[in-house]
Write a protein of this length. Structure first.
Length: 277
């Protein structure tokens, strides 16, 4: 496979897929955490938070329930419920993402992340996990196997101290996942392997000059004018509107959205699915 992709993008470059993936995960985690804090400060039980908020981010293990929330097939692997899980996942995502970027495969990070999330979700339900799930583990396993498949002999270079073979890094990661999930939740470990197979298959086809992410690349080029800066502008405008709305209510801090406002939004979103809002 001859790669025509330019060298590894700079950290702050608009086309740095790894930074974009990590940033979206972190932004969702911060929003999730702030909403949880609002529920806590307002004195509502965490069970209510899980029912009204988390329920909309987690992938259900049952087809009928999952189809009632089709968006969860696309967002569960961007969402995290625990701080240390988020930290661990982002570290491994950065490690394997860097390996792909160093081999001029930056543009394939996002397609692998998306494909593995969707196919992993289907496998998760088909295998009968029996528990709901959220987290980036399936997509990270896919990126890890993709990095290994692209060049098993590749070494991650450290600052003047030699390199670490990608197969060794992957082995450590795989053993950690095995120790974490194989005994307690073996079905989830099997689902992780499905995510890994997605990464292997993607790279196998890419070496055959079949780019499964090509339509995503074309779409990104067409939407090139819509950058992170545009998102910041939209969020800033909406934040100003929100603050103006909140300052009309003396009992509400302008720094923390009122519980009523957040709860109304999530409840409204839930009613849209059933009764309309």
């Amino acid at each position: 496979m001859q790669s025509t992709e330019p060298s590894k993008p700079l950290f702050g470059a608009d086309n740095n897929a790894l930074v974009a993936l990590v940033s979206v995960n972190l932004m969702i985690a911060v929003t999730y955490g702030m909403t949880r804090m609002v529920y806590y400060l307002e004195g509502f039980p965490m069970s209510q938070f899980y029912d009204e908020v988390v329920h909309h981010f987690m992938l259900s293990p049952y087809y009928q329930e999952a189809l009632e929330k089709p968006w969860t097939f696309f967002i569960y692997n961007w969402s995290h419920d625990h701080f240390w899980t988020l930290c661990g996942n982002m570290i491994w995502l950065t490690v394997f993402g860097n390996i792909l970027q160093n081999q001029k495969a930056n543009k394939h990070l996002f397609p692998i992340y998306v494909y593995s999330g969707i196919l992993g979700a289907l496998a998760f339900i088909a295998l009968g996990a029996g528990i709901s799930f959220m987290g980036a583990e399936l997509s990270i396993m896919a990126i890890a196997t993709a990095a290994l498949s692209l060049n098993p002999r590749y070494q991650l270079q450290l600052n003047g101290t030699g390199g670490i073979p990608v197969w060794l890094i992957f082995t450590v990661y795989f053993i950690l996942q095995l120790a974490t999930h194989a005994t307690g939740t073996p079905v989830f470990f099997l689902t992780l392997n499905v995510g890994g197979l997605v990464g292997v298959l993607y790279m196998y086809l890419l070496k055959k000059n079949i780019d499964l992410g090509n339509w995503m690349h074309v779409l990104v080029k067409k939407c090139n004018g819509f950058s992170i800066d545009n998102i910041h502008i939209v969020l800033t405008v909406e934040s100003i509107k929100l603050i103006k709305h909140l300052t009309d209510k003396p009992y509400t801090s302008i720094f923390i959205p009122s519980f009523g406002l957040l709860r109304e939004w999530f409840t409204c979103k839930k009613r849209i699915m059933y009764d309309g809002c």
